[in-house]
Design a protein around this ligand. Structure first.
Ligand SMILES: [Zn+2]
Length: 201
């Protein structure tokens, strides 16, 4: 039996190893964001948003496979990983996990760590609670500079998340990981125009 496209369900033929048809792949909204401290692959809108929600909220395993593939095969991820020694999945989804939702950042980070032979480190547990508590409050506020402190003797570290919205979580995490020199890479971004303008050099 052949596969069908995970978005439009059109047939991909009997020998296909792909999960999306070419038109659906082309239509995914690419992100143009490239900051000194990191970047994102896609805009969190349209079919990308739907795929993420299917994986995260509905537990759709096909959507999760597609997202993991898109992430892991991205040349930009390879570049980001070549510059670091360790990977930390952003622990933004504790509430989600308690509700049984799929922790996409963990999958993305562990795939990348395995492929690029990097250490996979979990953020300290006590950060989870503080983050989640504050994240709700801060989410609607203005963005953060996303320029992380760059200590001399610290370990180059890539923070991996599924979606970045305000940059609060990334900024907070990088300020708490004292032995890490952080950059970030996310599957998608939902930055508003004012935020982009503020960050772009
Ligand atoms: Zn399709």
């Amino acid at each position: 039996m052949g596969r069908s496209c995970a978005i439009c369900c059109s047939s991909l033929g009997t020998v296909s190893t792909a999960y999306l048809c070419a038109p659906c792949y082309q239509q995914l909204p690419r992100s143009s964001l490239a900051l000194p401290s990191g970047g994102s692959l896609y805009r969190y809108e349209g079919e990308m948003r739907r795929l993420i929600l299917r994986a995260k909220v509905e537990g759709d395993s096909t959507a999760l496979v597609v997202l993991r593939r898109l992430f892991l095969t991205s040349p930009a991820l390879a570049v980001a990983c070549a510059a670091v020694e360790q990977i930390i999945p952003v622990p933004s989804s504790l509430w989600g996990r308690l509700r049984g939702r799929i922790d996409i950042p963990w999958f993305l980070a562990s795939d990348a760590a395995e492929r690029f032979k990097l250490s996979l480190i979990a953020a300290p547990k006590q950060l989870y609670w503080r983050l989640n508590k504050r994240a709700y409050k801060e989410q609607r506020q203005r963005g953060y500079t996303l320029q992380f402190p760059q200590g001399e003797a610290s370990i180059p570290t890539l923070l991996i998340d599924d979606i970045v919205t305000t940059g609060y979580t990334l900024t907070y995490l990088s300020s708490r990981l004292i032995s890490a020199r952080c950059s970030f890479f996310t599957l998608a971004e939902a930055f508003s125009e004012p935020l982009r303008k503020q960050w772009e050099p």
